[in-house]
Design a protein around this ligand. Sequence first.
Ligand SMILES: [Zn+2]
Length: 145
Amino acid sequence: METRVCLECGSKVRGRTDKKFCNDQCRNAYHNRLKNDKAFAVKKINHILRRNRQIMLHLIPEEKGKTTLLRDKLIAEGFNFNYHTHIYTTKKGHSYIFCYEYGYLPLENDLIMLVKREEDGGRKQQEAVAESSGSKLVVSSNGRK
Ligand SMILES: [Zn+2]
């Protein structure tokens, strides 16, 4: 007969073959720890995403809504490129990587463009912000949503 050990404390488990814990206390302790580990993982990632957002928020001049800077600047601020909330691809095929309403587009020569997505502007305006480089796109508002 094989010997099974408690997943929590490692002591021998007697009884039914599907028993994984020596008692209720060990089972509860085991599941509580699993739950805490998962909550911690979520918290950790939320923290990284919020920090990425804060960094972009502080670097983008409010009146311009976007800026271009060196990748090193973001790294120096503690930006974590491994985490983002979503990707927005424009009609021209540029993929902006977002953390909430702030996003970035890697450019040539280690440059990065930061943009803020206007939440209330709808899709059309986002593209206007994203695609205009110097020349402003005029978005008509008559009847279009
Ligand atoms: Zn045990």
